[in-house]
Design a protein around this ligand. Structure first.
Ligand code: PMP
Length: 322
């Protein structure tokens, strides 16, 4: 769908994926006015495709648009586009056991000019790709590298928007984590360099031996994950005390050492819920619990995956069937 200032959104089309032509002065190429979403559709037993809380993606998309000085896309247009794309590919999508159809809605500035200002023309697209299970077998605990040289988001910046630039900035720290033998990077806050924020593509929850849970508060520098929000609800339903509260790297190390911290969960659309087993930084390493998947991580993961795949009752109306 195209957008022109004064005209609004127009010219929606649906068709096979193909290259798009861009003028070399297209403003996205120079000023990175680009935002996106990441969603999954799962094949249910009855053959229908299930989307998980898609209206939340539509709302986050428009919050990202506002931060990047882009026009908003009516929620019903976002949802209709996603549904039309899934509908078009549903028969072609193999009923992969455990697989999913990954959905990537995105919008970019497509006006040709070189001055620095918001563009007057935009393009919104949805592309799809089948994906297998995020992990080949089971849910292995991930190992995490604490970045001390780099931060992901400064207060007042674009940290809570899902824009390409945030991910460009996290490529070097993520590569550093891999080079040091870890799976993911964890970012600390940009001001005091001690509060835990999030991973490159996942939010974090800390589970304590008294059954309480902490997740870092959003506050503008963390992406408001839809999986994070769903886990907050599910954990509270389990009767657990969940607080959105700052938690520091020193607390994490000390609490893991004393045994007060029993689990750490990472969560996001891609891997749903994943245990964090090992944490390393320039100051050394520590292990969380047994280093493997903890009880609560496993329980909440099974519940959330079950709701998404239609095997656990969806009491919140989170699933949209196509
Ligand atoms: N943080 C970042 C930086 C992410 O890219 C993602 C993935 N969208 C998340 C957290 C998790 O968000 P969600 O649960 O909506 O996938």
């Amino acid at each position: 769908i195209d957008y022109d200032e004064g005209k609004g959104w127009h010219s929606a089309t649906l068709g096979p994926r193909q290259p798009i032509a861009l003028d070399p002065a297209a403003s996205v190429l120079h000023y990175a006015q680009e935002i996106f979403e990441g969603m999954k559709a799962y094949r249910l037993e009855d053959g229908s495709m299930a989307l998980f809380r898609p209206e939340q993606n539509a709302r986050r998309f428009n919050r990202s648009a506002a931060r990047l000085a882009m026009p908003s896309l009516p929620e019903e247009m976002f949802l209709a586009s996603v549904k039309a794309a899934v509908e078009a590919d549903r028969d072609w999508f193999p009923a992969v056991n455990g697989g999913a159809l990954y959905i990537r809605p995105f919008m970019f500035a497509n006006e040709h000019f070189l001055g620095v200002r918001p563009a007057k023309k935009y393009k919104f697209l949805v592309i799809l790709s089948p994906v297998g299970n995020y992990f080949k077998s089971g849910v292995p605990a991930v190992s995490i590298w604490v970045s001390s040289d780099y931060t992901r988001a400064a207060p007042g910046g674009t940290g809570d928007a899902k824009c390409g630039g945030n991910y460009a900035a996290s490529l070097v720290p993520q590569a550093e984590a891999i080079a040091k033998g870890h799976d993911q990077v964890v970012f600390l806050d940009a001001v005091e360099r001690k509060w835990i924020e999030e991973l490159g593509g996942m939010n974090l929850f800390f589970v304590f031996d008294d059954g309480s849970i902490i997740t870092p508060p959003l506050g503008g520098t963390i992406l408001p994950g839809i999986t994070r929000d769903s886990l907050l609800t599910l954990a509270r339903e389990e009767g657990l005390t969940v607080r959105e509260e700052k938690y520091s790297i020193d607390q994490w190390r000390d609490d893991a050492g004393s045994g007060r911290l029993v689990e750490t969960m990472a969560c996001g659309t891609a891997a749903v819920v994943t245990p964090v087993g090992r944490v390393a930084s320039r100051d050394g390493e520590f292990t969380i619990g047994s280093g493997g998947p903890g009880q609560l991580t496993t329980k909440l993961r099974e519940k959330l995956v079950g709701i998404q795949r239609g095997t656990v009752e969806d009491t919140h109306g989170w699933v949209t069937r196509i």
